[in-house]
Write a protein that binds this ligand. Structure first.
Ligand code: PNS
Length: 171
């Protein structure tokens, strides 16, 4: 019997994704097996001055997840709990890489809980091989033309090459 949309377990995986890394993709693949639908929600955060525009970040995520049928890529510029309410989703997925992530994640989950007692945060520990990986580390290596092929999907590697045509380490 076909499941109605109302009974579907929809989760939201929010983040900056500037750009998406293999660590994010690890969480996306695993969460997509647990939930009926996973919305990857990209924050349009004007104060963070991202390297990639919202559209670029969403397009890179679309390309990197094109083989997963139950993924939707979306953008948001609101409080996460408001976005979740609009999308009728009540589960937030976040990845935990190391103990150092915990304080920030606990603060965010507690804040969201305070703002809406309908929202639950589910944490997924990252696969150990990605425990050090972050978008900022990738941007830093790419800036100096270091090797990133094992850290990001090919489309992101290419997009970073375009952003940094010459190594910032060379004058
Ligand atoms: O990848 P990031 O930058 O760690 O993701 C952080 C994100 C986007 C999940 C968080 O900043 C967020 O949800 N921002 C939306 C504004 C909001 O709801 N703030 C209150 C919770 S801290």
């Amino acid at each position: 019997m076909e499941q109605s949309v109302k009974n579907m377990r929809v989760a939201v995986y929010p983040g900056s994704f500037d750009p998406v890394t293999n660590g994010h993709l690890d969480i996306i693949h695993r969460a997509a097996k647990v939930f009926d639908k996973l919305i990857v929600a990209v924050l349009n955060n004007t104060s963070k001055n991202p390297l990639f525009s919202l559209e670029e970040r969403m397009e890179l995520l679309r390309l990197a997840t094109k083989d997963l049928p139950n993924i939707e890529i979306d953008g948001f510029r609101d409080l996460l709990v408001n976005y979740m309410r609009d999308r009728q989703a009540y589960v937030v997925v976040r990845g935990l890489r190391a103990v150092s992530d915990f304080e920030y994640e606990l603060q965010m989950a507690s804040t969201n809980r305070k703002l809406s007692d309908e929202v639950e945060t589910f944490f997924m520990t990252s696969t150990p091989q990605y425990s050090y990986l972050s978008s900022s580390i990738v941007r830093e290596i790419a800036k100096f033309h270091g090797p990133i092929s094992e850290l990001v999907p090919p489309e992101v590697e290419e997009a970073l090459r375009v952003k940094y045509p010459t190594s910032l380490g060379k004058s």
